[in-house]
Design a protein around this ligand. Structure first.
Ligand code: IFG
Length: 510
């Protein structure tokens, strides 16, 4: 990589320095030396990637590194105190590669940086990397992607493929939108018809499907091995036709509606002040909370156009209290901020535009007033189901026009809601809704490359707060790094949109 060219890493690291001198060469007999708690597990994931990407088989050794080895060292003093959660250092010299971190998560993020520095044609010798020194840590603790598995269902292997792809970008939360009008996707033992009936179809009459509780536990474990926390969402009281269709007793009339396969929103609601519904909420929250080691349980609260204002407030107060009673921190879309009775610490997810409309800003600040924090998902830059260009086959077009790669990059979470700064922003999340996306390849086409832009917004240092964002987020620096990442996607089989703004390099692994 010629000197002066941007380091081909996304998200951009906090500091990166070219060291000059001889390059590192990965010799056939190189090993991965590990020390510290969790280093072996991180090394195993690196070795698996090098085996599948480069057809190289490295041994893992629990001894100090020899010349030419890769070392992973996890110890408290490897990073400054305030960078311990996920920070890492990465040094590359002729002597060898060394990743240092205070936690396994930090070391794992260092491995993702190393993976992007390994040449795509890494199956052939010599595999060399120029000498570098990187010190890195994230701006936000919550860096998320949301996959809507309710409109179209995605089998566990597709979800694992999605997890594999998002961790390369250091995304550490996967929000699964498990329930909606078109489908209920998580088996609930106490309400079996939610999946027996409520999972039997999806948008456009698609096949439907659901996760058994064992499959969900397996996804949670797969994600956790890769330092990704699963955030389950049971959307309520709106977006509930699949539940209402599954149990007549959840309906005021006692008659269950038909299953729904269209694309409308806002027509369904659970009942309020109804014993059966209260038992339903407690049961589903209890069972999903028990499947979720992560701190958050998301209960939606969006687009409750068929719930009266008073009913909505009473419903949200009760449902969020039930989540807290089951030991989880409630999360919800910003409309939940209409309630002033949220459990302390409830997380709000902002999904209006980079210029807030109507009551969105105030509803968002309501969570902060109640001791909570905010996940920023502005729909006009971070919703990855929005079309790239007018007329696209895939995607929707309701968020103030198409969203190109530049729009997904040139924005800042702390410059959207007046009065909302980093102190109360938990992080950033990019949702992909799947009304129009039937396959994981369609999902990847919408998610990549724009998730790379959102991931940099979520990880890399904040732009100077004195200049307009446009002049601070240097798209000309980002573009060649994205082209380099595209070569890894092409070689690794991740589908992505070859947006015209980027000079893609179509190199495949030999
Ligand atoms: N808004 C709805 C989603 C989905 C989306 C598609 C939220 C919180 C539009 N709610 O986004 O269910 O239909 O872009």
């Amino acid at each position: 990589m010629p000197a002066g060219e941007q380091l081909p890493v996304i998200p951009r690291p906090v500091t990166a320095e070219r060291l000059g001198g001889s390059a590192f060469t990965l010799a056939p007999d190189a090993r991965v030396s590990v020390a510290g708690p969790g280093a072996g597990e991180v090394a195993a994931l690196l070795v698996a990637e090098l085996a599948s990407d480069c057809r190289r088989d490295l041994a893992i050794v629990h001894e100090p590194p020899a010349y030419g080895d890769i070392a992973i060292v996890i110890a408290p003093d490897e990073t400054p105190d305030d960078e311990r959660a996920e920070g890492y250092s990465l040094s590359i010299t002729a002597e060898g590669v060394r990743i240092g971190a205070a936690t396994a998560a930090g070391a794992f993020w260092g491995v993702q940086t190393l993976r992007q520095l390994v040449p795509v044609e890494c199956a052939s010798d010599p595999l060399t990397i120029e000498p570098l020194s990187i010190r890195d840590h994230p701006r936000y603790a919550y860096r998320g992607a949301m996959l809507d598995v309710a409109r179209h269902f995605f089998a566990p292997d597709d979800v694992k493929r999605f997890i594999d792809a998002i961790v390369l970008l250091k995304v550490n939360h996967l929000h699964l939108h498990l329930t909606d009008d078109q489908g209920w996707r998580i088996h609930i033992e106490s309400w079996p018809n939610l999946t027996a009936h409520g999972a039997s179809t999806g948008s456009d009459g698609s096949d439907g499907g659901f996760y058994t509780q064992d499959e969900f536990r397996d996804l949670v474990a797969y994600a956790a091995e890769r330092h990704v926390t699963i955030v389950p969402e049971l959307d309520m009281p709106g977006h509930t036709n699949a539940a209402l269709a599954s149990y007549p007793e959840l309906n005021a009339s006692g008659v269950a509606p038909e299953l729904y396969t269209g694309a409308k929103v806002g027509f369904s609601t659970l009942l309020v002040d109804d014993d059966t519904t209260d038992r339903f909420i407690d049961d589903v929250v209890r069972e999903v909370a028990a499947l979720t080691p992560g701190p958050y349980l998301h209960i939606g609260g969006d687009e409750c156009l068929s719930t009266s204002a008073d009913d909505f407030l009473r419903f949200i107060a009760r449902a969020s209290a039930i989540v807290a009673a089951h030991g989880k921190t409630p999360a919800g879309w910003h409309e939940m901020g209409k309630s002033a009775e949220l459990p302390d610490g409830t997380v709000g997810q902002y999904w209006d535009f980079v210029t807030p409309r109507g009551s969105a800003a105030d509803e968002t600040l309501s969570f902060v007033r109640q001791g909570g924090s905010i996940i920023m998902s502005p729909a006009d830059v971070a919703y990855l189901d929005i079309v790239y260009e007018e007329g696209d086959r895939l995607g929707q077009d309701w968020a103030d026009g198409p969203t190109g790669i530049r729009e997904s990059f040139v924005w800042d979470p702390a410059r959207i809601v007046p009065g909302l700064g980093d102190a109360h922003i938990l992080g950033v999340e990019a949702p992909v809704w799947t009304e129009t996306l039937a396959t994981i390849e369609d999902v990847e086409e919408m998610v990549f490359p724009r998730l790379a832009a959102v991931a940099e917004v979520a990880w890399s240092p904040a732009p100077a707060d004195t200049e307009p964002v446009e002049s601070e987020r240097d798209f000309d620096d980002f573009a060649p790094r994205l082209a380099a990442l595209g070569a890894h996607w092409a070689a690794g089989g991740t589908n992505f949109r070859r947006v015209p703004e980027i000079s893609w390099r179509e190199s495949v692994r030999v």
